[in-house]
Design a protein around this ligand. Structure first.
Ligand SMILES: C[S@@+](CC[C@H](N)C(=O)[O-])C[C@H]1O[C@@H](n2cnc3c(N)ncnc32)[C@H](O)[C@@H]1O
Length: 347
């Protein structure tokens, strides 16, 4: 499993540091988000500067500026050199510099604007079972999410962060027997783009809400895939799903409650051609193996989504069987506990 999947280990002896580390996690988040908000890591990319210089550039006063930079060094995001200058750590240079292929700025902004405020209501969500995000009463979290342009862009960028590690595994599946796929809830098309690059014989499509069609078109044009991946706008609850050999549901089923998941898989069965398949990936949970990241993913769904949560592989197989598919687990995806499950439709 990847390092994103680590749980905080229980120390052999009770330790105040263990508890304090958890308590002050919020402070660390604020330090990272404040640095990213100022684009500090982009400013320091390939360069170094003193606290005074950086303070002047960002309007931060001393001695706070120095404390802030030293805290970032303590978090392993900056290196504090003996000559009194600061520079990016390797991790900051790779993930926190704007324009880098693995830049996670969208995810940071999405957490700050959308997920973290919802986490504030965790206690209420636990007591009421109701989501705590801005559109808690509207039914779908995507209604309010897509109304705000900046939050929408941050969300769509952050979806690429979530999928980048599983692209390889999806591409490694044997696609030779299939001619087409639709990525249902495929957002701005990153998965579809990568898949069709690895298996160019496939006709590729994304089915998603019409509100993001412009973002999809711009992203596909930027990646040079505008002629290779087609956008199908619609609502997967009220519109039929486009026909294809394979339908993919990536990080989609966990957004919704059990009845909606079963409905989507029934609709998928109608849309998948005989001999085809449905592919599902989500951070599935297991009661026999505690995973902090999978449990946190489940709690994000509790506070943010419309009745969603993480589910087990066994539940997923049951829903697939009910819909008519023959289920198989392809395996963990080595990324935030994602598991890839496939359901085959007989010829
Ligand atoms: C969590 S994202 C998953 C993105 C991507 N598939 C991934 O692997 O991370 C869920 C996607 O479902 C889409 N979606 C939500 N409600 C929908 C609906 N009613 N009909 C179609 N798409 C919907 C969202 O726009 C979003 O792109």
């Amino acid at each position: 499993m990847s390092d994103q999947n680590t749980s905080v280990p229980e120390p052999e002896e009770p330790s105040i540091g263990h508890v304090m580390g958890i308590l002050t996690g919020f402070w660390q988040t604020k330090i990272l988000l404040t640095a990213a908000e100022s684009d500090l890591f982009t400013e320091l990319s390939g360069a170094s500067a003193t606290a005074e210089e950086l303070g002047k550039r960002f309007g931060f006063l001393m001695p706070g500026a120095n404390d802030f930079l030293m805290a970032l060094a303590g978090l392993g995001l900056l290196r504090a050199d003996e000559d009194g200058t600061f520079r990016n750590s390797a991790a900051a240079e790779r993930y926190l510099v704007r324009g880098r292929p693995e830049f996670i700025g969208g995810y940071l902004r999405f957490c700050e604007r959308e997920l973290n405020p919802a986490w504030e209501g965790l206690g209420t969500a636990l007591r009421t079972g109701k989501p705590q995000n801005r559109s808690a009463l509207e039914g779908s979290p995507y209604d309010s999410l897509y109304r705000d342009k900046e939050t929408k862009e941050a969300f769509l960028e952050s979806m690429d962060v979530n999928t980048s590690v599983l692209l390889q595994r999806l591409g490694d599946l044997d696609w030779s027997g299939y001619r087409s796929f639709i990525d249902v809830g495929g957002a701005r098309g990153s998965v579809a783009h990568h898949l069709v690059r690895q298996a160019p014989h496939l006709t590729a499509g994304v089915f998603d809400l019409p509100q993001i069609e412009g973002d999809f078109a711009a992203h596909m044009a930027a990646l040079g895939s505008e002629k290779k991946v087609t956008f199908h706008g619609g609502d997967f609850f009220s519109d039929p799903l486009p026909e294809a050999d394979v339908l993919i549901f990536g990080h989609v089923l966990h957004n919704w409650g059990t009845e909606e998941r079963r409905k989507l898989l029934r609709k998928a069965y109608d849309a998948v051609r005989p001999g085809g398949a449905v592919i599902i990936y989500d951070p599935m949970i297991s009661n026999s193996r505690a995973s902090l990241s999978a449990s946190m993913a489940a709690l994000i769904m509790l506070v943010w989504s419309a009745g969603g949560g993480e589910y087990s592989v066994t539940e997923c197989h049951t829903w697939l069987r009910e819909a008519g598919f023959r289920p198989a687990t392809i395996g963990p995806l080595d990324a935030v506990d994602d598991v890839l499950v496939m359901g085959r439709k007989e010829r």
